[in-house]
Every structure is written in structure tokens, then in C-alpha cells.
Design a protein around this ligand. Structure first.
Ligand code: CMP
Length: 224
């Protein structure tokens, strides 16, 4: 796919005219990030906005005790790195490729001029930032109100909803995250997650099939 075709598939740019897409494609650069490489660190100065073409990017912050807290895992079509460009503050989090990834980068000055020239992008950006705030509120309620068992169950529900594919038999399959990744999403230990997942599996609520976790069609009700 050439850069113009790629940009067309990115939701935030979907309302742009062909002419605008052509101009934008001249301003973006493709960059490859092998698995486990850092795109940027929390607290660095940042000058680029990124859109994910391929792969997955983990957005994390470090707790005072050095533990990693995962804020989000973003995939193709998602963007990140906008906050430092919008408020001129340092990066609010670290971004790491968790798979071999390809990104399109846009420099700060170009990002700002594209935003001021295209109301549709500003509107799309606000909509997505609002969705992120809703998601963050949901995460706060998960952490503040649920015990560890409830948090693990909630992560399963969230991953099935965000990343799941429906199988022919109606069940929903999604990527089997490592137990450490799940633990870092909900502020617990890997051992606890392993124990809880085994328990959910024993109760028949989840099934691990190869590299996927599979849940029943009415999984949300079961976990409520
Ligand atoms: P920036 O602060 O420039 O660098 C870190 C980026 O991570 C930030 O921009 C956002 O793009 C992204 N980010 C920060 N917090 C969240 C969150 N809660 N959910 C999703 N993405 C986030």
C-alpha cells in the first residue's frame, strides 16, 4: 500500500479530500520499530505525532516503585504522541512497540498546520480524545471499586470487546495477552493473574485455545 492509500484507512484522516491526503502524504515519514523498541520515553520533549500502520504500541507509565502500568495498547489506525504537541508539555507516557511495527510520523509544525487547516481532523481528534477519557474513567472505576478477581474479569471483558473477533459458533476470540501484561494493566502481580485465569478456566468461563482466549457470546453477563 502506498502512503496515500494508508492514510485513507486511518480514521482520523478519513474525511480529508484526495488533495489533502496527497499533501499530507508528502509530510509524513514511514518508520519501522522492531518488537520491544521504545518509540519515546515519558518526560522527554516530543516533536512528532504518530499513526500506527502495522503492529501494536504499548503506552505505559512507571510507578514510584518502578512497576510498569499499562495505560493502553494501540493498534493499526490508532494515533499517539498528540498530547505533547497540543499542550507543549513533555511526553505523558512511554511508547513501546510490542510487535514489529510500522508508524507514520508527522512533525509538530506540520501537525499544527494540518490541524488548523482541517476542521474535520480537529473534530475527529476531539472525539477520539473523549473516547480515551471515557476509557480512562472506566479504568479508574475498575481499579478503585473491584477486587483483584473482578479486575481480571473486567480485563477479559474489555479485551474481548476491544480486540475480539466473533467465531462462526458465536463465541468471541481475542489475543492471549501475557499474564504480565494483564497484571500491569490492573496493578497486580503475574502470579495472581495466573491463578485467577486458571480459576476462570476451571469454571468454564474462558478457554485458552492456542494464542487466543475464547469466551462465550454472553460473556459480559457471566462476569457481571
Ligand atoms: P504524549 O503525551 O505526547 O506521549 C504519550 C502518549 O501516549 C500521549 O501523547 C498519548 O498519545 C498517549 N496516551 C497517554 N495517555 C493515554 C491513555 N490513557 N490512553 C491512550 N493513550 C494515551
Amino acid at each position: 500500500m502506498d502512503d496515500q492509500e494508508l492514510l485513507r484507512t486511518v480514521p482520523i484522516f478519513s474525511e480529508l479530500t484526495d488533495g489533502d491526503i496527497t499533501s499530507l502524504s508528502r509530510l509524513t515519514n514511514r518508520r519501522r520499530y522492531p518488537k520491544d523498541t521504545v518509540v519515546f520515553f515519558e518526560n522527554e520533549e516530543g516533536d512528532f505525532f504518530f499513526t500506527i500502520v502495522e503492529g501494536r504500541i504499548k503506552v505505559t507509565i512507571l510507578g514510584d516503585d518502578g512497576r510498569e502500568i499499562i495505560l493502553s495498547v494501540l493498534g493499526p489506525g490508532d494515533f499517539f504522541g498528540e498530547m505533547a504537541l497540543l499542550d507543549n508539555e513533555p511526553r505523558s507516557a512511554t511508547a513501546i512497540a510490542v510487535e514489529d511495527s510500522e508508524l507514520l510520523s508527522l512533525h509538530r509544525t506540520d501537525f499544527q498546520s494540518v490541524l488548523s487547516d482541517n476542521r474535520s481532523i480537529t473534530a475527529a481528534l476531539i472525539k477520539i480524545l473523549t473516547a480515551r477519557l471515557r476509557r480512562a474513567n472506566h479504568q479508574i472505576s475498575t481499579l478503585a471499586l473491584l477486587d483483584v478477581y473482578g479486575r481480571v474479569a473486567r480485563v477479559i471483558v474489555d479485551m474481548a470487546r476491544d480486540e475480539g473477533k466473533r467465531l462462526k459458533d458465536g463465541r468471541i476470540a481475542f489475543r492471549r495477552a501475557t499474564h504480565q501484561e494483564i497484571a500491569n494493566r490492573i496493578g497486580t502481580t503475574r502470579e495472581t493473574v495466573t491463578r485467577m485465569l486458571k480459576d476462570l478456566e476451571r469454571q468454564g468461563l474462558i478457554h485458552v485455545e492456542g494464542r487466543e482466549i475464547v469466551v462465550q457470546p454472553d460473556f459480559e453477563k457471566v462476569f457481571d
